[in-house]
Design a protein around this ligand. Structure first.
Ligand SMILES: Cc1cc2nc3c(=O)[nH]c(=O)nc-3n(C[C@H](O)[C@H](O)[C@H](O)COP(=O)(O)OP(=O)(O)OC[C@H]3O[C@@H](n4cnc5c(N)ncnc54)[C@H](O)[C@@H]3O)c2cc1C
Length: 511
């Protein structure tokens, strides 16, 4: 008898856990395929520490093949799910296409950067939703400090050492806190006269961590301000330009760095499924099944899961929920195939939150008990070590080294601005140049890299498929436009005058 086929799309918190649970429960009696663009699960909560150089990038990844026995990994991105035909269509990392039939489908495709219609933001801001963006930010910030040190123009220096983060949720707060520590260390080596880098954290909300316990907000606010972060609540961005940011209070802040952490929206694949949505998330019942499509399950950020602890509400988009929903999805799929126990509804009480602010500082409220300082720091790191599915020793070793050694302040420059546009359906992959010109074959250059023209993950608004951010040196940008010629943003960037005294080429390497 042939084994039932289960396809899980997305190997984040929800999809990874669903695959692991299903493999454990079914023990070879189901054919489980996990479709994901990367060969790893990304532990997103530690991403700010990758950008800040406390952790190396591979530490926050978990090999799918190495940790999911009994699960077939298929590298690729789903572009369409035909629920009537019970088929998922996908594109592999080298542009090949294929389709997968299923008896049960689990959609766990997560979320992408949220955009707001603010002039200039799509062109000049960068998000923080994947490894490419974290690596880009680390290099970009280090480069800005180095260029600030190299220039003789005080206005340029001030702009280069000013960094603006928008969104004071956990992502923006951690990014500002962690990156401020990185640049302070760099400034001691690079910037003359004790001039410190300036980090600004903006949000329209009245307090940092607006969706969390007020006591966490107070702790985070205190730590940020004590470190010199310019915390501006009730303030956002009115317009972004190449030279800086116009704030909603009318002030213009000269800066070359705008980090966009205003939140996330569900992955565009969800909309393409054509089922009812709740604020972009696929509506499911408490068993994580799509109403009227019992063979389709959804969980994590992509799914609007009824919050049984708060009737009428849906569970928030957090790793905590995604991880636990993944387990329930795995168990319920097994139950639906007659291979496990009875299906159960998803119910989970909030266990608290932990926000790592760098060094020994954190804000945490495990089981509702508010902590700050060293106890919060220990609880936060202990929590992450416990939550990581693998690689704990390496993470702990990095933390230990970081506690006793200065951070490496070098920029490798491997991820450039144009490779990580804010408006992307694939934040987990850096963009590669369009297929139109004589760019090297994708197979030779960037395995796993999203092509600007990849058919499967076309942008919902028809735009942003190419290189929109034009703030990088022309010599490192893809020089061959596609058949239709350069997009406007590209043309502008290519026409840029060679960046004179601030050119990265002239910047000194780091110690
Ligand atoms: C910087 C940062 C820090 C965070 N910190 C915390 C924290 O401290 N605590 C907390 O609770 N939450 C935190 N979150 C939120 C948390 O990470 C998310 O809620 C969680 O990752 C959602 O899990 P998921 O499985 O739904 O999606 P994800 O973990 O994003 O996984 C989605 C997966 O689907 C894949 N995928 C997407 N589209 C396709 C497609 N078309 N085809 C195939 N595969 C696809 C992606 O590559 C990815 O592997 C943080 C988020 C960020 C960005």
């Amino acid at each position: 008898m042939s084994r039932p086929r289960v396809v899980i799309v997305g190997a984040g918190f929800a999809g990874y856990r669903a695959a692991r649970t299903l493999a454990r429960v079914t023990r070879g009696r189901a054919h489980i395929t996990l479709l994901n663009p990367t060969d790893y699960f990304l532990y997103l909560p530690l991403l700010p520490q990758v950008a800040a150089g406390a952790l190396e990038a591979r530490r926050v990844t978990v090999s799918l093949a190495g940790t999911l026995p009994g699960v077939r990994l298929l590298l690729g991105e789903a572009g369409r799910a035909d629920l009537d035909a019970r088929t998922v269509h996908y594109t592999d990392p080298e542009g090949g296409t294929g389709s997968l039939g299923y008896d049960r489908l689990v959609l766990a495709v997560g979320s992408v950067n949220k955009l707001l219609p603010i002039p200039g933001v799509a062109e000049h801001a960068h998000g923080f939703r994947g490894l490419p963006e974290a690596l880009y930010l680390r290099d970009h910030v280090i480069r800005q400090v180095e260029l600030a040190a190299a220039t003789g123009d005080p206005a340029v220096r001030a702009a280069r050492r000013t960094f603006v983060v928008v969104g004071a949720g956990y992502t923006g707060t951690e990014v500002a806190a962690q990156m401020q520590m990185l640049t302070d260390g760099l400034a001691r080596r690079h910037l003359p006269g004790g001039s410190r880098p300036r980090w600004m954290l903006l949000d329209v909300a009245p307090r940092v961590l607006p969706e969390m316990d007020e006591r966490l907000s107070r702790t985070a606010d205190r730590v940020l301000r004590a470190r010199g972060v310019d915390v501006r609540m009730g303030t956002s961005v009115k317009e972004a330009t190449r030279d800086g940011v116009l704030l909603t209070d009318g002030e213009f802040v000269a800066s070359r760095t705008l980090v966009w952490c205003v939140g996330v929206r569900p992955d565009p694949l969800v909309e393409a499924v054509g089922q009812p949505l709740e604020r972009g998330r696929l509506i499911v019942d408490p068993y994580l099944q799509v109403p009227g499509r019992p063979e389709v399950f959804a969980c994590g950020d992509a799914a609007a899961v009824p919050d049984l602890e708060h009737p009428g509400a849906f569970t928030p988009m957090t790793a905590q929920h995604a991880w636990r929903q993944g387990r329930v999805a795995g168990e319920n799929v097994a139950a639906a195939l007659g291979l496990g126990r009875r299906r159960r509804a998803y119910r989970h009480r909030d266990l608290g939150f932990a926000v790592d602010l760098g060094g020994v500082h954190a804000a945490a409220n495990p089981l509702g008990v508010p902590l700050s300082g060293l106890p919060a720091g220990l609880v936060t790191r202990g929590y992450h070590l416990a939550a990581l599915p693998a690689g704990r020793v390496r993470v702990a070793a990095d933390w230990l080294l970081d506690a006793v050694l200065p951070r490496q302040g070098v920029q490798l420059g491997l991820v450039r601005s144009w490779a990580v546009p804010l408006d992307t359906a694939s934040p987990e992959l850096p963009r590669v140049p369009d297929a139109g010109g004589p760019a090297p074959a994708p197979a030779d250059t960037a395995p796993g890299a999203a092509r600007a023209t990849a058919p499967a993950r076309s942008e919902p608004d028809g735009g942003a498929a190419g290189n929109r951010t034009g703030d990088e040196p022309a010599q490192n940008r893809p020089s061959t436009p596609g058949p239709a010629g350069p997009r406007p943003a590209e043309a502008e960037a290519q026409a840029e005058p060679a960046p004179a005294p601030d050119s990265p080429a002239e910047a000194e390497g780091d110690a």
